[in-house]
Design a protein around this ligand. Structure first.
Ligand SMILES: Cc1cc2nc3c(=O)[nH]c(=O)nc-3n(C[C@H](O)[C@H](O)[C@H](O)COP(=O)(O)OP(=O)(O)OC[C@H]3O[C@@H](n4cnc5c(N)ncnc54)[C@H](O)[C@@H]3O)c2cc1C
Length: 435
């Protein structure tokens, strides 16, 4: 029978494993039979097929959710890889420690954070999650557990960070947390009128704030194309929190019903969202959750795209000719009439990614959601890929279900090098599609 519990977040493609294994303890992991096309599955929050293994074996890692060690003096923590970022934060935040890098949801596992080498709003100051990992314990199908770090098995370490689950079973991860004074954020939200204004604001904000991100409107043509809201922030100090008596919830300004999303609702959403701010700049002290995880606060928002699911498409374009290329891509999106519901624009800094296949590189990255409407959606994304490919950009495998093999090999020229460290018995639907 088809096991619909093991799809990816966007429910596309709909492919199913033949069987699912559930190790309960870390000691069970060593006894797993890893002899025929297996893949670890965390929380399935990837968009696409990196976490899928059609008609083969998945290993659900989520019972392995224990903290193994924590040093309150140094902020070094070691956990089993199936623990979620939410569970880690619940343990560390009350002690004044925070994740060094976090994606836009806390419902992912630590193993997933490493395997996709996830990035957050602070890429320009902190690089990717993998840059903060000090050690990984990796079980391979030869039944040996390898301790990997910048010193030991360093090639395997670099292959496993951003390695899309293909180098083996990540059993444990040790990484460095960052110190925070409060669990609150100081956030400035600024309206901007178009794409050029975004670029200007971003240049200024990156110098001032460790966290930056923008929500952009993809349905307006002309001079207002790419208008949006820029949110820049930092961890708030005790003095700032004490001074602030107006701690408002910074979550999305209205509840999204899991109804059909069409152009009308996209426009309505954008109007409501931009209408939230009456002045150009607003300053707030907010709990960390609505700033980092606004979508986590809307249960089941992804179901709004309907039963065919949706595609998320995230690319990065290097700075050279970036304004021009971003305009071209926005024109494609706006003219297609297939407005993205949520569009996130932000920059990646200079930090070199630690993984052989890590996605981030310096430039501007755009993440777009599209309801899956078959050929129409796929053709639009192909046109965008072409612009990305012609301009030395790249696509994020963790959010991909359809990039071509040719493009993957162009975007990831170190793939041949990576294959030296791939475990022969680990595979995925993504891998078989692009290899
Ligand atoms: C709302 C939302 C916002 C997001 N925002 C961001 C963002 O800002 N930045 C970003 O980078 N990503 C973002 N993502 C994507 C998400 O962070 C990544 O796809 C992440 O890898 C998902 O982790 P997971 O635990 O769900 O792993 P899964 O999706 O289950 O698996 C992802 C990969 O990790 C591998 N894997 C998992 N556990 C192990 C293990 N123990 N050993 C070996 N391999 C393993 C799997 O084989 C697979 O290849 C977002 C996703 C959502 C839904």
């Amino acid at each position: 029978m088809e096991n619909t519990n093991y799809l990816s977040f966007n429910k596309y493609p709909k492919v199913f494993p033949k069987e699912v294994l559930f190790p309960i303890w870390l000691t069970d992991v060593d006894k797993l039979e890893l002899d025929d096309s297996v893949l670890c599955y965390g929380k399935g929050k990837s968009y696409g097929d990196v976490c899928l293994n059609e008609n083969r074996t998945l290993i659900d890692t989520t019972n392995l959710n224990h903290i193994i060690g924590f040093d309150d003096d140094t902020g070094i923590i070691k956990c089993e890889a199936g623990i979620t970022l939410k569970e880690i934060l619940e343990f560390t935040v009350p002690k004044g420690w925070f994740l060094p890098v976090t994606p836009g949801t806390k419902f992912i596992t630590l193993g997933g954070a490493v395997a996709n080498d996830v990035h957050g709003k602070n890429h320009h100051t902190a690089g990717t999650f993998g840059s903060h990992v000090t050690e990984i314990e990796l079980l391979r199908s030869d039944k040996v557990t390898y301790k990997c770090s910048k010193k030991d098995n360093k090639e395997l370490f670099a292959a496993t960070i951003g390695g899309l689950g293909l180098t083996g079973f990540i059993k444990t991860v040790e990484f460095q947390l960052i110190k925070i004074e409060t669990p609150f954020m100081y956030v400035e939200s600024i309206k901007f009128d178009n794409l050029d204004a975004f670029f200007d604001l971003n240049e200024e904000s990156e110098k001032l704030f460790p966290y930056t991100v923008s929500w952009v409107d993809c349905s307006t043509k002309g001079k207002k194309m790419g208008k949006g809201i820029y949110m820049r922030g930092r961890h708030a100090t005790k003095a700032e929190v004490n001074k602030s008596f107006e701690m408002k919830d910074g979550a999305l300004p209205f509840p999204i019903e899991a109804s059909f999303i069409n152009n009308f609702t996209v426009k309505a959403f954008n109007k409501l969202f931009y209408g939230k701010q009456f002045s150009k700049l607003s300053t707030q002290i907010v709990p960390f959750e609505p700033y980092f995880y606004p979508l986590d606060m809307i249960d089941g928002w992804e179901k709004a795209y309907g039963k065919n699911g949706f595609l998320q498409h995230q690319f990065v374009l290097p700075y050279e000719n970036c304004r021009k290329n971003m305009h071209l891509i926005f024109e494609e999106i706006v003219n297609s009439g297939m407005s993205s519901f949520l569009t996130v624009l932000k920059s990646f800094g200079k930090a070199e990614s630690p993984g052989i296949l890590s996605f981030p590189k310096e430039g501007i990255t755009l993440a777009i959601d599209y309801r899956m409407e078959g050929e129409k959606t796929l053709r639009l994304l192909d046109r965008i890929d072409k612009i990305v490919a012609e301009n030395n950009g790249s696509l994020y495998p963790g959010k991909d279900a359809r990039m071509s093999r040719e493009h993957f090999h162009q975007f990831y020229p170190n793939f041949e090098e990576f294959l030296k460290y791939k475990d022969p018995n680990f595979s995925s639907s993504f891998y078989r599609r692009i290899k």
